[in-house]
Design a binder for this molecule. Structure first.
Ligand code: CUA
Length: 392
């Protein structure tokens, strides 16, 4: 047999080493095979363990609203059909492999079969029937999820920026008391009432600060399916949460350097909390008491920084002040308890150290950030943090 003579250059023996005797070669092959087996088993175990993450909230199999439930109701039967097909096909392959394997002492080729009309018709028709069967609930679900929202649905425009999510409440009764009735805007956290349909219109946005309009994908696994956010078009998705709570999600379409950290949360409130939240959001940003640290921060925020370093208001907005740019996250109610996280939801808003580090040098804690390093002094950072935390 060929294997027992000197190896090919592509064989498992290190190039340049003298050709070992056949016994040694077989041993090397055995070691390689054993290592491959261990590596495969290792990867398999890692994959299995990755399913055991504690507090794994982004789970489509634990729907927390009717739209996510519809997706699960479709997934489960289709999954079992796929399991059935897998068992039949893989089982057949394994059985044939074992049944007709090469055996020692048997030199002749097994009988070769070419073409079997009955088999070929069978394995053309069977998959077609299975797919046709699966299509019925699939198409029904697609139609169901594409239905027009009810009249009392809450309308929100979702904008994907590099790299954070912005939300604008476009209903007439969601206009703020400042800025000629500008719509309520939030960043990073979408706040919704429980048990109400929310109709999202998704747009890709170019904040105008050196970022690009790119494709994102908005995904809150427990509340709804995934929906692409495509430049130049408006996509829609329906969402509803059965209970108050926080539901996490993330961008699901590669959109640049920080794609993996473009996180988002949905905070669902009880009807009562929702009314209070809306009333508060309509108010302009709190004006800090004169002479306070927060008031110094407000001055820093609103005026160009000394030495021509730039200004916060070039990109950010705080309702009731002259800061009105929509290029970067809205800060009017930065410290509202529902605004749980900031900067693409990478940090908890209450994490003061993270907020200070972010202001000190955004790029150092989140490489590629579009917020420039303004070389703020520690005193300036303290004042700005005091101001941000006063914006309840
Ligand atoms: Cu936005 Cu990925």
């Amino acid at each position: 047999m060929r294997r027992s003579v000197a190896p090919d250059p592509g064989d498992t023996v290190r190039a340049g080493s003298p050709s070992p005797p056949s016994g040694e070669l077989r041993e090397t092959e055995g070691t390689v095979r054993k290592r491959l087996l261990w590596a495969t088993a290792g990867i398999g175990i890692l994959l299995l363990l990755s399913a055991c993450a504690p507090n794994a909230t982004q789970d489509t199999l634990q729907p927390q609203g009717p739209y996510a439930q519809k997706l699960k109701d479709l997934f489960i039967p289709v999954f079992w059909v796929a399991v059935f097909v897998f068992i039949v096909v893989e089982g057949g392959i394994v059985w044939i492999t074992i049944r007709f394997r090469h055996r020692k002492g048997r030199e002749r080729m097994p009988a070769q079969t070419h073409g079997n009309t009955r088999l070929e018709i069978g394995w053309t028709i069977a998959p077609a029937l299975i797919l046709a069967g699966v299509m019925v609930p699939t198409v029904a679900s697609i139609w169901d999820l594409a239905r027009k929202p009810p009249d009392d649905a809450i309308n929100v425009t979702v904008r994907g920026f590099q790299w954070w999510w912005g939300f604008e409440y476009t209903d007439e009764d969601m206009q703020s008391d400042f800025g000629n009735g500008a719509p309520i805007r939030t960043a990073d956290v979408l706040v919704i009432p429980e048990d109400r349909v929310v109709y999202l219109s998704l747009e890709a946005a170019d904040g105008g600060i050196g970022d690009f309009e790119v494709i994102h994908s908005f995904w809150i696994p427990e509340l709804a399916g995934k929906q692409d956010v495509v430049p130049g078009r408006e996509n829609h998705i329906l969402m509803q949460a059965d209970h108050p709570g926080t539901y996490t999600g993330q961008c699901a379409e590669f959109c640049g350097l920080q794609h993996g950290r473009m996180l988002v949360r949905v905070r669902a409130l009880s009807a009562e909390d929702w009314d209070a939240w809306v009333a508060n959001q309509k108010r302009p940003g709190v004006e800090p008491a004169e002479g306070s640290l927060a008031s110094q921060g407000m001055d820093l925020f609103l005026e160009p920084l000394s030495g021509g370093r730039g200004s916060c208001v070039a990109c950010h907005a705080v309702g009731g002040t002259e800061a009105g740019s929509p290029a970067a996250p809205e800060l009017t109610h930065f410290a509202d308890p529902t605004h749980e996280c900031f900067a693409g939801c990478n940090w908890e808003t209450t994490d003061r150290d993270a907020l200070e580090a972010w202001l000190r040098n955004p790029d150092a804690v989140r490489m590629g950030s579009k917020m420039p390093n303004y070389h703020l002094s520690e005193d300036e950072i303290d004042a700005l943090v005091a101001y941000l935390y006063s914006l309840t």
